[in-house]
Design a protein. Structure first.
Lengths: 366, 366
DNA sequence: TTGTAAGCGTTATCAT
DNA sequence: ATGATAACGCTTACAA
């Protein structure tokens, strides 16, 4: 009895009540006489008992109060992405009714957790998707090689929802009208009179390749967001030249802008960037070349974040409800846990005209 | 037996082995005949058993493979701070030997988890510090009102380490030589010949107050980092004017810079900013006013991050080993879990001269 | 190599 | 309002 940490049984004994009564004192799940409660609390205090062991409680209850979050990319990158940051805030909100914490998970499908028995020697406990004590899982992006781990999770009956990605049939999704939204921005440019337009995309693949994408390359973005926004832009400007950035960063947009705007003869009059950070970089590139925005070049972004240090520019952009997306994901898994039925959800961007777009030189607006 | 999800006992029965053998097949903790393993795995597959329940395993083993991370501020802010992002990367590395996942925790000391019995009615499961199934906790910053929850955690024998903060005696710390480092940068400016210097600090408090800090205010930063870096700057320039920013952002630095540099007569020749983002903002403010950096104004930063979109400027700054700090925290809790003894660790910044500092106008360097 | 048995600490159910 | 009892699903000595 005096061996390890005190248990609720020790407390109960010391307070001369039954374990169940002691338990109730801590959980508040039923009413207890004030006197009894005090006795239990005092006993706990004097034994140094600080409350029920979460592991045991979680086994007994069948739930852990933890929601796993899986990012496609390296943790550091995910943290730096402003949209993801806001989304996480929303998600934290959304799972609040569960009282759940968020567990950052990486996908270890192939690695040290490669399934039963494989790693007979190395006894690494597995932190991964497959073996985490989660009540639900939120996937942020989903490139398809998660499927293995995902099956294990779903096989266990754990609710899964994916934000911006396709995790296969039966996995509810939280989506954005990327294509329609991007088309909207493109139409705005066309209406202003732009004809020669270039597109700066988010990464095509997980790798950091960057450069022109030629029509005969056969390159197709594996990243859904990239693909959909690209499709939207091409709906309006099928022949626009496409430059893929290596990441969503101002510096990447700057590099892209330098290339795209370099040749005065072939210079586009407008650039459609797939993120606000990229757009900000393109604007900087224009500045560098002595071009005025939107006088010489119009630039559109995507996301609707506040680009730190970019004032007084205000991007013409698609404002996406990032926090709402996160919150929705939280709500969906909450409902799933409660056994309620759920449906995928699609969010809509709001087009916001800033001061980075205008008619091309020589064209006057009606 | 066919009730809920299959358990390892069901699998064992189906494979006609004992539960312990089945367990071993999944954990790899001992050797099993190939034939037996196959039988177990097949049985598992046909029953739809996807592996041991993490909750039960964690109770039995006495550890969950989860390390809690507590931020002082709102999740979103933490995510946006580049230093914290890098630190999290390092931390993820550092706990890798544990195979642990990172659980984002907020501190609920006073809230719905306010201790035993208080919330008899509302039966919210608690996601908080006190009741999370963690093997260890890493505090990022620590403003002292955590103490309550902290005692509970430590009372349970869970290792705690704090990065940049003081969590009381007995809690090992990972620290930075903020004061010495900042002093180093200040000396650099003095050596260049600067006499009139202004300081832009990180927030004094958790709130977002910003403005001049007058000597007779009696204001003292409650945030340790702010206080230490301020002390370092004042070691060299005791009479420097101090302006507190509301957050570590370019836009905040810009706002501060506008105020500080506004009055040409009282204008400092150098600005010591407590973060790179603030410094970048001050540089932008100088540009706005037509001042050249470092010709008219020298600016130093702190952190040594790459400020996205700030090239070709390269800040004169203190490069802090953010990833190493995170990794060290991970290593420390790992050792604590193993029962080894640990000591606090202090890291040192590297002073890096960029192109944002130079001698003040009229002073020529030897 | 495989099996037996004893918990891990809690909470839910059902009586009292 | 309180108590007795039975799981929750797994792991690990220890024995065979």
């Amino acid at each position: 009895m005096a061996a390890g940490r005190p248990t609720i049984a020790d407390v109960a004994r010391a307070a001369q009540v039954s374990p169940s009564t002691a338990s109730v004192v801590f959980s508040g799940k039923a009413s207890v006489t004030e006197a009894t409660r005090t006795r239990v609390l005092d006993a706990a205090a004097s034994l140094g008992y600080t409350g029920p062991d979460p592991r045991a409680a979680s086994l007994r209850r069948g739930s852990s109060g933890i929601v796993g979050v899986v990012f496609e990319e390296h943790l550091g990158s995910a943290f730096r992405d402003p949209i993801k940051a806001v989304m996480m805030d929303g998600l934290a909100d959304g799972v609040a009714p569960l009282g759940a914490g968020l567990l950052l998970l990486r996908d270890d499908a192939g690695a040290n957790d490669a399934g039963p028995g494989e790693s007979a020697g190395a006894a690494l406990p597995a932190p991964s998707l497959r073996s985490a004590p989660v009540d639900a899982v939120v996937l942020v992006g989903c490139s398809g090689r998660l499927t293995e781990s995902l099956d294990a999770i779903r096989g266990r009956g754990i609710p899964v929802v994916v934000i911006e990605g396709d995790a296969g049939p039966g996995v509810p999704r939280v989506e954005l009208d990327n294509r329609e939204a991007q088309r909207h921005a493109a139409r705005h440019l066309r209406t202003l009179g732009h004809q020669r337009v270039a597109i700066v995309t988010l990464p095509f693949e997980a790798d950091r390749w960057r450069g022109w994408v030629e029509p005969d390359d056969g390159r197709t973005p594996t990243v859904e967001v990239t693909r959909d926004r690209l499709a939207g832009a091409r709906d309006v400007f099928p022949d626009a030249r496409v430059y893929a950035a290596g990441a969503s960063l101002i510096d990447e947009g700057l590099a892209a802008g330098r290339v795209i705007l370099a040749d005065a003869a072939a210079r586009p009059t407008a650039v459609i960037a797939q993120s606000d950070l990229l757009a900000a970089g393109v604007v900087r590139a224009a500045e560098e070349l002595g071009l005025s925005v939107p006088g010489d070049i119009s630039v559109t972004g995507f996301d609707g974040i506040t680009v730190d240090g970019f004032a007084p520019y205000e991007l013409t952009t698609l404002v996406q409800p990032a926090a709402e997306k996160g919150r929705a994901a939280g709500t969906i898994v909450t409902r799933m846990i409660q056994g309620l039925d759920v449906a995928s959800l699609s969010f809509t961007c709001t087009f916001r005209v800033g001061n980075t777009t205008g008619p091309p030189r020589g064209v006057t607006q009606d």
